[in-house]
Write a protein that binds this ligand. Structure first.
Ligand code: G
Ligand code: MN
Length: 256
């Protein structure tokens, strides 16, 4: 697909508000209690069908619209979370994904600060999910930025840990609170010895470093048992819950 096709889709999406967020719970492995909820971007097609918004996000990555898109996502997610917090689910945290490119933008901190204070959400209830790509271009500035975000009260989670440009030094140097083990490892555990070994040792390493672990893409009882056996803190996946629109999430949280 050419960039211009993506660009047009992005312009239209931002203009016509056919973007929406769905929310997928993250559960405490041992109790199934909802610990947090991750905001995921989706696009509503003309047919009414709701799909992944990958064309939109890919186009946004290339241009300045990224910041408008990320701001929209963060603002909407904060508003939704403030709503469920005011309806009693006060201990359910919010996970939002931030593009790695945000860390090259000098205005990012001010923007995030402004969004937090405007939405009536307690910043201590927010987990920012970032990928390690964020750390590569300007490690010193990224470090300062992460420290400022943490001063605001936000927690930092590494998304898709162990895929892409991963480096163990990121865990050594950066102030992260948790890591997410991607579904590529989880779907092959427990059958595949290598995926099992990697998953097991990622959990153990994280715990030795004093940080938490979420397993993504948990679909089967076998996977759950494996993760229970190895003390994985949190799990996310179709076995427990799917991404859902905010109204449905409200009912889901109320039923818990
Ligand atoms: O890594 P990231 O947080 O971007 O991935 C989240 C995506 O994975 C979401 O789009 C969500 O729909 C999808 N997803 C969530 N749980 C599962 C699962 O159990 N199995 C599969 N195959 N996909 C999942
Ligand atoms: Mn994520």
């Amino acid at each position: 697909m050419s960039d211009s096709v993506g660009q047009r889709a992005l312009d239209r999406a931002l203009d016509e508000k056919d973007l929406l967020l769905v929310y997928q719970p993250i559960h405490v492995t041992t109790t199934r209690k909802v610990h947090s909820v991750e905001a995921l971007l989706r696009q509503r097609r003309e047919s009414g069908e709701i799909r992944e918004a990958s064309v939109i996000t890919a186009a946004a990555e290339l241009g300045p619209e990224l910041y408008a898109l990320d701001s929209w996502v963060v603002h909407q997610a904060y508003k939704d979370a403030a709503h469920w917090h005011s309806h009693g689910s006060t201990d359910v945290r919010l996970n939002v994904n931030l593009s790695p490119r945000e860390f090259k933008n000098t205005k990012m901190l001010d923007r995030l600060r402004g969004l937090v204070t405007g939405c009536g959400i307690d910043s201590k209830k927010i987990n920012l999910e970032i990928t390690e790509t964020s750390f590569i271009a300007k490690p010193d500035e990224t470090m300062k930025c992460l420290q400022e975000l943490k001063k605001l009260g936000l927690s930092i989670w590494l998304d898709d840990f162990g895929t892409g440009h991963s480096s163990i030094t990121h865990l050594q140097k950066f102030p992260v609170d948790g890591l997410k083990i991607p579904k590529e490892f989880i779907e092959d555990a427990p059958a595949d010895e290598r995926s099992r070994a990697i998953t097991r040792h990622l959990i153990e390493m994280a715990h030795d470093l004093g940080i938490k672990v979420t397993a993504e893409g948990v679909e089967t009882e076998e996977q759950l048992q494996f993760l229970l056996d190895h003390d994985c803190d949190f799990i996310q996946g179709f076995l427990f819950s799917k991404p859902m629109p905010v109204k449905e999430l409200g009912k889901f949280l109320a039923a818990h």
